[in-house]
Design a protein around this ligand. Structure first.
Ligand SMILES: Nc1ncnc2c1ncn2[C@@H]1O[C@H](COP(=O)(O)OP(=O)(O)OP(=O)(O)O)[C@@H](O)[C@H]1O
Ligand SMILES: [Mg+2]
Length: 151
């Protein structure tokens, strides 16, 4: 499913709807070139969840956790890692909710993951003409048509 994102606000709005709709345990794999809008989308998700703290990309910290909203938001950025390093992070504890309250797990540079969760939503962002963007949303074992109907 492709969505045209005319400007930053359109990207934020898509994130807001996702943040209002998604259920605990949802993993969002964010793919796309440098500057494609991944962090912007997560900022929208944060707004949709009711998080007022500002969301900045966890490039150095790897993960930022926000617990102020409707459900927790775990924001990861794998840009600086190699797949083997990612494998050592034990990311599955986030989506399996082991010792962690289930929430939304949003992963930038998900291309770096050597394995994926059993079910996930994938948002691939790409550049259009005139600096706009396009989102291509796909999913594995998660009901995208139901989601799309809500957003
Ligand atoms: N739909 C859009 N149209 C135009 N500009 C956008 C759009 N969405 C985001 N931007 C802008 O693109 C820039 C980069 O966005 P952002 O930081 O979200 O990208 P990113 O994919 O997270 O980058 P990185 O790969 O560095 O993590 C920001 O200035 C943002 O405001
Ligand atoms: Mg980013």
């Amino acid at each position: 499913m492709k969505i045209f994102l005319a400007d930053v606000q359109a990207t934020l709005n898509l994130g807001i709807k996702l943040g209002q709709t998604l259920t605990p345990g949802t993993v969002i794999l964010l793919e796309g070139d440098l500057g494609a809008g991944k962090t912007t989308l997560v900022q929208g998700i944060g707004q949709g969840l009711g998080i007022t703290e500002s969301i900045v990309s966890p490039t150095f910290t790897l993960i930022n956790e926000y617990t102020q909203g409707r459900i927790p938001l775990y924001h990861l950025d794998l840009y600086r890692l190699q797949p083997l390093e990612v494998a050592g992070l034990n990311l599955e504890s986030y989506w399996e909710g082991i010792e962690i309250e289930p929430g939304i797990v949003a992963i930038e540079w998900a291309e770096r993951m050597p394995y994926q969760p059993e079910s996930y939503l994938c948002v691939r962002l790409s550049y259009g003409d005139n600096s706009n963007r396009q989102a291509d949303i796909t999913g594995l074992h998660c009901n995208i048509s139901e989601l799309i109907a809500k957003i």
